[in-house]
Design a protein around this ligand. Structure first.
Ligand SMILES: O=C(O)COP(=O)(O)O
Ligand SMILES: [Mg+2]
Length: 215
């Protein structure tokens, strides 16, 4: 059976916090508000762009505002790959998984256009059979339908899959599909978000953990 590795994007494949942080700070500056410290921004990532902007505005005691969301999205999408790079060891792991016959896909809560642009800019797009963004389907992680639809877009079934992610949204989406999950210990989510999933300390730990989990 062909196996498929479904990767989360922010905090798993790529260290994107610096560009998200810069775009959030530009949004704040445009409103005459102070910016954030990196740990604050890291704690806001994981539930998609609407929640990210909601949390950033709430941190400044402002209500959610569609115009702020639209201007953040346009700005971030254009500048998503300025500072963002794959985590150390990720390109080598993708090479080694491909050599072992794994197919690969991305299931991210980041809007699809920004995710696609980022993967294109980093030269990673050709590696993935499908990209399921936070707005690609009617549901997103932790809803298991997001993972299921991403797998379907890749022409794969949950029985073939292993998910790798850094947030409880990834762990829960996988659990809802009956897909084993590995928690990316190098990412943005605190380790309690693994909720019992095996934790990979570094990308180079993935191939062995994945081989053990794949059915
Ligand atoms: O956009 C987010 O909030 C998180 O994106 P991710 O699902 O790739 O971690
Ligand atoms: Mg993530």
């Amino acid at each position: 059976m062909t196996r498929i590795a479904v990767f989360d994007l922010d905090g798993t494949l790529v260290d994107s916090a610096a560009d998200i942080h810069a775009a959030l700070d530009r949004l704040m500056v445009s409103r005459g508000l102070p910016g954030f410290a990196r740990p604050e921004v890291v704690g806001m990532i994981g539930d998609g762009v609407r929640m990210l902007v909601t949390r950033a505005l709430a941190a400044r005691e402002l209500p959610f505002d569609e115009r702020a969301l639209a201007s953040f999205m346009a700005d971030y999408e254009a500048e998503a790959a300025v500072l963002t790079r794959p985590f150390a060891g990720i390109p080598a792991v993708l090479d080694s998984l491909a050599a072992d016959g794994w197919r690969m896909a991305v299931c991210t809560n980041k809007p699809e256009a920004a995710a696609r642009r980022l993967l294109d800019a980093l030269g990673l797009s050709p590696r993935f059979a499908a990209l399921g963004g936070g707005d690609s389907f009617p549901v997103r992680k932790p809803d298991p339908g997001h993972l299921r639809a991403t797998l379907a877009a890749a022409g794969a079934a949950p029985e073939q899959a292993v998910m790798i992610g850094d947030h409880h949204n990834d762990v829960r989406a996988a659990a809802g599909c009956g897909v084993p999950c590995i928690f990316a210990g190098w990412g943005y989510g605190p380790v309690h978000m693994a909720e019992g999933a095996p934790v990979a300390a570094a990308p180079c730990d993935l191939p062995a953990l994945m081989a053990a989990l794949a059915r």
